[in-house]
Design a protein around this ligand. Sequence first.
Ligand code: NAD
Length: 270
Amino acid sequence: MKIAIYSNSGELSKRVSVKLKQRIEQSQRLEIDDLSPDIVISVGGDGTLLSAFHHYIEIIDQVRLVGIHTGHLGFYTDWRDYEVDELINSLENDNGQSETYPLLEITTKYLDGDDTDVVLALNESTIKEISGTLTADVYIKDQKFESFRGDGLCISTPSGSTAYNKSVGGAIINPSLKALQVSEIASINNRVFRTLGSPLIISPDEWVKIIPDIHKKAVLTCDQQVRSGRPIKSIEYKIAEKRVAFAQYRHTHFWQRVNNAFIGVQDDSI
Ligand code: NAD
């Protein structure tokens, strides 16, 4: 089985990567292949795993991800830095086990050209204003839903619902559900601008279109990346056909993961 190691530049991450590489080279069943891997091991935190996801985006439907965390507890990172030998053992006994999560497809059209930009997000996409408030019309399935004014909007995947979306009051969605969530970031509500004020959960046969005010300068993000600074005509969000796969060598129940990350209460009944 071909393995790629994708590490951040931290000292511990580098040490873990060296150890991983040595163990893989010693193994009869595993080999290093950074170009066309079956498994991508991210070493760092959630941010590193997000970077690994985007690094391998062209072949994301052909790989499975594994996260080793070398910092504080991560959401996508199941393995600890001192568990390299256990992980190698799991890789050697791999039988293709995986868990897949929905992804967000973002289609952007620009005012200064006819080209269309299509990207995938693992966590979320946000649309904000560089300075001042964002003004934008929100459409669901091509029907105008509301006029938004405020700091911005956050459109997240179920696995991203525990990230930025949670900070802005969105609901946490079990990633076994195929859904998208639209959450407001500090909306202004008055007689002119009236938004629902609650997060929206979008089903697989629906899509959301956002048309920002052309006189302002909206900034689009996709996970930790800022997309181009070109003037945006419209952004369409829907659930992508592709999904992301994680090698599921150990199973942590989703709500247990949420509890571990945010509450920290050990309760056997969860
Ligand atoms: P970062 O280093 O600022 O990390 C942000 C935090 O988000 C880290 O603690 C990370 O562990 C956590 N995180 C990332 N994905 C998560 C997930 N799916 N569930 C729970 N926690 C998660 O930035 P980064 O490492 O480059 O990560 C980028 C992510 O940061 C973005 O995708 C966005 O979700 C998040 N973010 C959050 C806020 C906020 O909460 N106000 C603001 C900006 C970005």
